[in-house]
Structures are given as C-alpha cells and as structure tokens.
Design a protein. Structure first.
Lengths: 244, 244
C-alpha cells in the first residue's frame, strides 16, 4: 500500500480561483511539493498559502532561473526521488501547480518519473488564458472559431503562420519576447484587436490594450490575446483602460 | 445604483470543480440564470445544484436544440431583458456557465447585450479541455508546443490543415461529426496518439483510446485530444483502459 500522488491546478494566482476539489485534497495531504526559484518565493506556494498548515511537510523543488529553458533533468530526478520516499511510506503527496498541471506545466516532469510506479491523480485548474479573457472582457473563442495557443519563443515566421490561420490567438510566455512579438502583430495589422495582460488575477495585475503597453519587456507570466473570429461584435468591444 | 451581472464558470461537470470565488458569488446572488434545453434538465444548473437555495429566483434560458446551430437572437434578447429588469432593481444576477464563460460559451450573447449598460464580472472556470487531459493522464501541451482547439463542425480540409501545423490538438463539439473526424485522424496516422472523452468528470464519464471507441456517434459534450509535440515520452504513455 503506497500513498497517492496528486498534481493539483491552483489557477492563475488569486487564491479564490482554486477549486473545491483542489482545496479538499490540499488540506488532507501530509506532504506538499512545489516548484520554487533559487531566490524569492514560490508562486505556486503563494497561491496555496492561505490553505497550508504547519503540520504539512513541504518539499520545495528548486529550479534555478538559468536552467528554466532546458530540461532540468537532475532536479526532477531528485525531486521525484524525495516524493517517492513519502509515497512508499503511504503518505499522499500533493504537487502544487500554477494554472493547470497539464497546460504547459512543469508537473509533467514529475508525472513522467512517478506515474508508472504510483497511483496518480491530476486535478485540473483554471488556466491564465481563460482568466485573461475574463479580465479583458472579451470572449476567447466562439462558435466554430479555431483557437491557437502560441508560445512566444517560437520564430517570427511560425508565429505569423499560426496567427494567420487562426480566429482566436493566445500568445503565452511573452516575457523577453514582448517587443518582437508586438512588432509582428503590428505588421499584421492586428494591434487594435490585441490585449496584453500580466500577473492575471493578482493585486499587481496589469492589463493594457496592446497599443498602450508602456514597457518594452514583459514578465514571464504574461499573455497577449487576439480575437478575429466569427463574432464580429467582439472586435468592437472597447479594450479596458490600462489597469496598473 | 444597479445590480451587477456575473458570468461564472462552473467547470466541466463535477460540482467539486467549481472555484471558491464562483461559489461565493453564486451563494450571495438573489437571481440565478442558466441555459436550459426545451426538454430535460439544464446541465449548468445540475453542476450548481448542490449550492442553490430555495430563496434564489431562477431564470431558465430555454434554447431549443433545433436552434442550437444558429444564433438564437430573440431568445437572448428576451433573456437579457428579463435579467436587466433585476439589475435595474439593484439585484445582482449570476449566469451559470458550463466550463468557462468565454471559452466557446453562450454567455457571451448575454454579455453582448448587457455589458454596455451594467457592471459585469466574469469568473473563469476549469475548461473541459484541461479536465480531459487530466482524465486521460496525458499532458495537453508542453514547452514550445503549439496547441490548437478545433471545432469538429469545420470542413475536413480545414481540420486536416490545423492538425498538421499543431503539436497538440483538442477537437471540440465532436458530437455527430465523430465518425468523419475519427476517419480523418486515421488517414493522418494519428489514431494511436488520440484519446476520446465524453461527459468528463461526471459519473457517466467515458474515456477511450480513440481506436477503441465502440460507438459511431458521440454526444455534443465530447472531445478528442491528440499529442504529437516536443515531449516524445508523452506519446509513449499508455492511453487509459476504456472507462465506461
């Protein structure tokens, strides 16, 4: 008899966007693991903080910023080992995940290492993409619209092709690619249909019509949403005044 | 002083996948509106049922199945009018939405009619796409994968082009298009990388490797997920045994 591994989605940042199911599982877990930067706080832990208790054993998984862009194999090997020791001793382990665990989440690297051996359940969460559309006040996709999620690190030509053949577009991981991607959207004549968002649902949230974004850089947790689909009235919706 | 309009996402079906925020707003609302078929129960109301009270005024928005595929303008005009009467009398109105309100949701037709005049807040919800990946035990998208959401009613050639240029694919609204879309996926040699899901997170949930789907028709709330992205190990994950 071994413990069960849970990957729970915590939503985009506001602790109130956790689901009832995630909360129940989180509160019952003796062991809680989460990704953390080498300096500063873990974002996933911050979201879950109001619901954690002192009696829970915590396993921070330190992923240094400098290895963010290539698989940190050794770090996940070690984290999977630490987690498996608890599971083998019949203790359930909850892994905290920003957004949704399987939507571009690093939880999958623990899942890859542990799902064969241990019982595992994923609890889906609210994605920042849906939360972004809510904040922007613009439907993400409607009717038979094709919605494409495009990571900003991709080459210009790929991003352009993907935008062209889509009705609704979410560009994720904008970060240091902001200026390049904004220029590309400008060249395609789509700036007026685009909204920029960062730190969605948190007190430090920022929302701009893309044309009004004052900075040339964006944080990693940022998003550009573009609508050019079947519902023409969506394009006539006023983009919100800059919220800073 | 007028009431506030809320569009709240209830998630894919399991009442436990409601967020804390949606629950708080739902419980406080004097008026609750929801889409309903002309015969049978409202799916959105079913999800919210454990949290409704007898003191709440309910407004079912009857959308007959036969008008599902073209805009039911008059129905939404009437519903918006009924809702606006409550808002004008300083009563908040919550509109219940399956999944997420702005991810292919009909809430947008009320939003279109009411957001100009009244204060409106959207509470994002867990999408069936994320919940489907969780149930399937396969990450939806990773790293710089391009994820495309493709409505099944689109023509074959469009679906094929969209699948070709994507790393991860969610085909939604499968319903009566199941056989045609399954054939198309077969012709592209992707059947072994595809999972089929219906009524996700509900007791009547069904999950199959696409190759094992026994029926030739699917319900409207069904989904096909395909992964052919950067994380090769995902393609080697066993698709779950048929859950019926």
């Amino acid at each position: 008899m071994a413990g069960k591994l849970y990957g729970i989605g915590l939503g985009p940042g506001d602790s109130e966007l956790i689901t009832l199911k995630a909360l129940r599982i989180l509160r019952a877990a003796p062991v809680v693991a989460y990704p953390a930067p080498d300096t500063g706080e873990s974002f996933a832990r911050q979201i879950a903080a109001p619901f954690l208790s002192d009696e829970q054993k915590e396993i921070p998984i330190i992923v240094p910023m400098r290895v963010e862009r290539f698989p940190a194999q050794k770090i996940y090997d070690q984290a999977a080992h630490a987690i498996s020791e608890h599971l083998k001793h019949d203790r359930d382990v909850v892994v905290l995940c920003e957004g949704d665990p399987f939507f571009y989440g690093s939880f999958m690297y623990l899942y890859e290492r542990l799902a064969d051996e241990f019982d595992c359940e994923i609890v889906p969460g609210v994605s920042s993409m849906m939360a972004g559309a809510a904040v922007l006040g613009r439907p993400l996709a409607a009717r038979n619209d094709v919605l494409t999620v495009i990571p900003a690190p991709l080459p210009d030509e790929d991003i352009k092709t993907q935008i062209e053949k889509s009705d609704a577009i979410a560009i994720i991981k904008v970060g240091r690619h902001f200026e390049r991607v904004a220029k590309l959207i400008e060249d395609m004549g789509l700036t007026d249909q685009a909204g920029y968002l960062e730190r969605i649902s948190l007190p430090e949230q920022k929302v701009y019509p893309l044309a009004d974004m004052p900075a040339k850089k964006a944080p990693y947790f940022s998003l550009i949403l573009i609508y050019k689909g079947a519902e023409d009235w969506v394009e006539t919706l006023p983009l919100p005044n800059p919220q800073v």
